[in-house]
Design a protein around this ligand. Sequence first.
Ligand code: CMP
Length: 144
Amino acid sequence: PPEQTLAVIKPDTQHKEVILDEIRARGFTVSRLKDTVLSREMAEEFYKEHRDEPFFGQLVDYMVRGPCTMLVLTKENAVDEWRAAMGPTDPGEARETAPESLRARFAKDILQNAVHGSSNQTQAHDKIHFIFGDISSENEAVSP
Ligand code: CMP
């Protein structure tokens, strides 16, 4: 059955429309889409798994700097498929190992790496709920 994941196009990312076209071209259905400026509190909660990392402060500063495009993507195996489409966290590595990936093409550096995706199905479920509330009874596609 189709699976859902939470994807984010991060603040100040160039070519958001190209990225959205690419997402659809890669066979994902955009089931939900909204632009949101995260509060500091929300960004800290969203990235709580990283709170002990040395870059946590910088990461939160970055994520509250402007609107994020929040997406629910639906596809067979969506969590892993979206991670593959993004490529590695570090765009330097992405350019080496996955030159067609979104981070290889659109990320500025390891912090400002253009896109985010949930790590596993449990996290996808939790983050979708955190950003969009309960959408379990909805699965329609939306236009850009
Ligand atoms: P993301 O996949 O959204 O998950 C955590 C984010 O932290 C990551 O993308 C980057 O934006 C950021 N990040 C990860 N590693 C580093 C690092 N070494 N230095 C700075 N930022 C990082």
